[in-house]
Ligand binder design. Structure first.
Ligand code: PEP
Ligand code: MN
Length: 448
């Protein structure tokens, strides 16, 4: 459908995969109407600001760090949880800024990452076949058939949780918590004693010394650049009724439609069909868009998708989030890099080294190994450099919490230790220490 025929409901004429089967259609429509009347979560000016920063990433003048939970949970929408996730992202960003000499654009998988695509509609728990968990905005993780019935009231709850999360993020990032004067304070107690924590302390001290020096010679350091952090939100645009309801026409003279549920939205690897509802919906909103790119993307469909979502070839609009797997990235990435370059498309190449490196440990726990994650990342950087394209960013599932979900890393977390603190309801995340270690490894690669 051309833009001329686009509306925030035009996707309804197309096939939408991965939607919860809302049992009561009337109740669902009522919720969508209520949500449509509620205030937007972010505003168009902020979305345009992010897009301008991403245009800098596309040009190689900035770097994108995107990360957060695989799946946020209502029960974990708490101040400590939000604060610790923000802290680890700020720490990673400062490590990458320091090493790469480029501004780092910070985008959380947060304040709305409540909807999950699943490979199977059902799962077997204790011998019983029940509907799959589809994220807190659809049903409950509790493993009973009743708890798994999708409930549209959860969309409203998701909106309120997102608003509360965003409110605290705004307070932290504007109110001094994210100030560069506090770089040392972001280091967590349990990380401080580790080799990674000590690396971080050393770098933080150098930054602290530089700030002190500036103050000594009279350069003001109490400026917004020092005191405030620009932090943006993102999630997978999956449940289209929710996204539709938060899509608003910009009331300023700039105009245009924006999905105000988050600054950036991405299309998952399972819902990127050219003629599907998700692509139709996202083609008409002006947010920056991520596209997950898995192993079965051939260059032609890739180019058709980019053309469909960014016909004007606007830099900053499209971020390709590649997720091939450590063993096969060499096979899949180069043909895509070449095809996109040959076509002259402005895109940001980023690497999600998490999603194609998942496996089940003997205990049945889903996990990922630190070494596989690092290996896919290293290949991603090297393949880009070899093709003369720009490795513009990274995408992680991580938490500031001290969880045991991914194996390996400096502490050599073993498969047997996964049970200690395995908290994710969906995919395994890097813990705070593993996240810092990953950032230091990337820093080594991009050091300039
Ligand atoms: C995700 O990012 O959590 C996800 C489901 O990713 P993908 O669509 O790449 O599988
Ligand atoms: Mn995931």
């Amino acid at each position: 459908m051309s833009m001329k025929n686009w509306s925030k409901t035009s996707y309804r004429n197309k096939t939408a995969l991965q939607q919860p089967g809302w049992p009561d259609r009337e109740q669902y429509e009522k919720v969508v109407r209520s949500l449509s009347a509620l205030p937007p979560l972010v505003f168009a000016g902020e979305i345009r600001d992010l897009k301008a920063r991403l245009a800098q990433v596309a040009a190689g003048r900035a770097f994108l760090l995107q990360g957060g939970d695989c799946s946020e949970e209502f029960a974990r929408c708490t101040a400590p949880n939000i604060r610790e996730t923000l802290k680890v992202l700020l720490q990673m960003a400062v490590i990458l800024t320091y090493a790469g000499n480029k501004p780092v654009v910070k985008v959380g998988r947060i304040a709305g990452q409540y909807a999950k695509p699943r490979s199977s509609d059902t799962e077997t728990v204790n011998g019983e076949n029940i509907p799959s968990y589809r994220g807190d905005m659809a049903n409950s993780i509790e493993a009973t058939p009743e708890a798994r019935v999708p409930n549209p009231e959860r969309l409203l709850m998701g909106y309120h949780m997102s608003a509360a999360t965003l409110n605290l993020l705004r307070a932290f990032t504007r109110g001094g918590f994210g100030s560069l004067h506090r770089v040392q304070a972001w280091n967590q107690k349990f990380v401080k004693q580790s080799p990674m924590g000590r690396n971080y302390e050393r770098m933080a001290k150098r930054i602290g010394d530089a700030i002190k020096f500036m103050e000594t010679i009279g350069i003001p350091t109490d400026t917004p650049q020092m005191r405030e952090v620009q932090f943006f939100t993102s999630h997978e645009a999956l449940f289209l009724g929710y996204e539709e309801a938060l899509t608003r026409e910009d009331s300023t003279e700039a105009g245009g439609w924006y999905d105000c549920s988050a600054h950036m939205l991405w299309i998952g690897d399972r819902t990127r069909q050219l003629d599907g509802a998700h692509v139709e919906f996202l083609s008409g909103v002006r947010n920056p868009l991520g596209i997950k790119v898995g192993p079965d993307h051939d260059p032609d469909t890739m180019l058709a998708l980019i053309e469909r979502l960014n016909p004007e070839n606007e830099p900053g609009r499209i971020t390709l989030i590649t997720r091939f797997g450590a063993g096969v990235v060499e096979k899949h990435l180069p043909p895509l890099l070449r095809a996109v370059k040959r076509a002259g498309c402005h895109v940001i190449w980023t690497c999600d080294p998490m999603h194609a490196n998942t496996f089940s440990a003997e205990s049945g726990r889903k996990t990922r190994s630190f070494d596989d994650i690092l290996s896919e990342l290293q290949c991603f950087f090297e393949l880009n450099w070899a093709e003369g394209t720009i490795p513009g960013g990274v995408h992680f599932e991580l938490t500031g919490d001290n969880v045991t979900e991914c194996i390996g890393g400096g502490r050599q977390l073993s498969a047997e230790q996964l049970n200690l603190r395995y908290l994710t309801t969906c995919d395994p995340r890097l813990n705070a220490e593993q996240s810092l270690e990953m950032a230091f490894q990337i820093a080594e690669m991009i050091r300039s």
